[in-house]
Design a protein around this ligand. Structure first.
Ligand code: NDP
Length: 449
């Protein structure tokens, strides 16, 4: 395994995030290899870590003043053993091939856990939509889709949203795809309700995170009711994580964006959350404005010099990181333990560094890794695809019921897989092993392709 890992590092030495994601899975699946020597001969790890296809392209676009810019577009089609490629698009200045490859790799296992037939992929661009007008975002999306359209399709590769890609961007991307291909198909998920979207898709990732947390707590004889929760981020996942925690009787005291975080000791109730949704989704403002509206809350500016994030130092029972990768480092993890946190459930993808994860496991926290806990988003994307194929829409209760059922079954799968390999209570190992075995067996069934 060490040899395989070092050849992956040597091949692409600059892809740190991808190495991190691969290393974590490799550590978990060691015992699976001991039981299945055939996997070694079949080089399944080498095959899983090399994308089936990487597409990189130029995205030229023009701002409102006539200035031309060039960004880079990506789509990594990682693995299609159990279904067409499925995974979001991210628009953020930090996007690189390493980030898209790590996300696509994680997506393979996550999609496998959902029980639906979806392979893994991910894409995006280093374009920064922040501060851009709607017209500029539209032109960028159209240019991006002008190239992407030739690589995707409802039975081939079905993108969705992620950081920086919400309902507005999905609309512009879909419009361009439809024009280029002259067909109205379910090629993207996260669409608006009136033209093929699914009820509960916007809520799905956040609601799923809380359903998963509730399952972990129930398994330990507890519940979310009355629990104080730290939530980071203030985008799609953070908003609906907060909404479901409040619905289930918990209290959320923090939210953040890249400029800093707010702490509201009284809790972010439904009315305050509606304010955040308008602030972030419509006005596209900054989270500090929360404190202008609710002056008893406190805003703390992000301070990278500190070496830890003050958000994770507040007294609480649960933490749901919902912003971005590596937002919890070892010191943050220790601070969380000191603050009394007993459950960490990840809404973001890979928000905890490997040493932070180690702290959670050593301290015996209930730790729900992103690839299991945030799978609700892609699961409801799968349900959106099913509804599109049947040309009908399921009611809200039906989609939420199915989402809840899927999150419950992911929880059971993690518990069973970790127990089978003697690692009871380790959801990380359980998620990695269960996701891995299903994909690998499908690859072996299909021969060397
Ligand atoms: P949004 O763009 O809606 O929100 C992202 C939030 O995180 C914003 O508050 C943003 O602040 C903050 N953020 C982003 N990058 C950074 C950074 N480098 N440092 C600090 N804060 C940052 O994205 P989503 O809510 O959709 O995604 C959040 C996380 O959840 C991501 O890790 C994503 O991969 C994951 N995820 C999303 C799914 C979905 O269905 N949307 C599904 C599964 C996982 P700011 O506005 O200042 O940039």
């Amino acid at each position: 395994m060490e040899q395989i890992f070092s050849s992956i590092v040597q091949r692409d030495p600059e892809q740190k995030e991808f190495h991190q994601a691969v290393h974590e899975v490799m550590e978990s699946v060691r015992p699976v290899f001991e039981r299945n020597p055939e996997y070694r001969r079949q080089a399944v790890l080498e095959r899983l870590t090399e994308p089936e296809r990487v597409i990189m392209f130029r995205v030229p676009w023009m701002d409102d003043q006539g200035q031309v810019y060039v960004n880079r577009g990506y789509r990594v089609e990682m693995n299609s053993a159990i279904g067409p490629y499925k995974g979001g698009l991210r628009f953020h200045p930090s996007v690189s091939l390493s980030i898209i490859k790590f996300l696509a790799f994680e997506q393979v296992f996550k999609n496998s856990l959902t029980t639906l037939h979806m392979g893994g992929g991910k894409g995006g661009s280093d374009f920064n939509p922040k501060g851009r007008t709607d017209a500029e975002v539209m032109r960028f999306c159209q240019s991006f889709m002008a190239e992407l359209a030739r690589h995707i399709g409802p039975n081939t590769d079905i993108p969705a949203g992620d950081i920086g890609v919400g309902a507005r961007e999905i609309g512009y991307l879909f419009g361009m795809y439809k024009k280029l291909r002259n067909e109205f198909t379910g090629v993207l998920t996260g669409k608006s309700l009136d033209w093929g979207g699914s009820l509960i898709r916007p809520e799905a990732t956040g609601y799923g995170v809380v359903f998963f947390a509730a399952e972990m707590l129930a398994h330990a004889g507890d519940s979310i009711e009355g629990k104080t929760c730290l939530v980071s981020g203030s985008g799609n996942v953070a908003q609906f994580t907060t909404e479901k925690i409040v619905q289930l009787g918990g209290r959320v005291v923090t939210l953040s964006d890249s400029s800093g975080y707010i702490y509201d000791e009284e809790g972010i109730d439904r009315e305050k959350l509606e304010f955040v949704k308008r602030l972030k989704n419509i006005r596209r403002g900054r989270i500090r404005e929360y404190c202008e509206q609710y002056p008893r809350a406190v805003f703390t500016e992000a301070d990278p010099e500190l070496g830890y994030n003050q958000l994770w130092t507040h007294q609480a029972d649960c933490a749901m990181p919902c912003a971005t990768q590596n937002e919890i480092n070892e010191q943050d993890a220790k601070n969380l333990v000191k603050a009394g946190v007993r459950l960490v459930c990840e809404g973001a993808n890979m928000p905890s560094t490997p040493s932070a994860t180690e702290v959670f496991l050593e301290e015996g926290l209930l730790y729900g890794p992103g690839k299991a806990a945030n799978a609700g988003g892609v699961a409801v994307s799968g349900l959106e695809m099913a509804q599109n194929s049947m040309r009908l829409s399921w009611p809200r209760e039906e989609v939420e019921g199915r989402l809840k059922h899927i999150m419950k079954s992911i929880h059971t799968t993690c518990v069973d897989a970790s127990a089978e390999y003697g690692m009871e209570g380790n959801y990380l190992a359980g998620a990695n092993i269960a996701g891995f075995v299903k994909v690998v067996n499908a690859m072996l069934d299909q021969g060397l392709v």
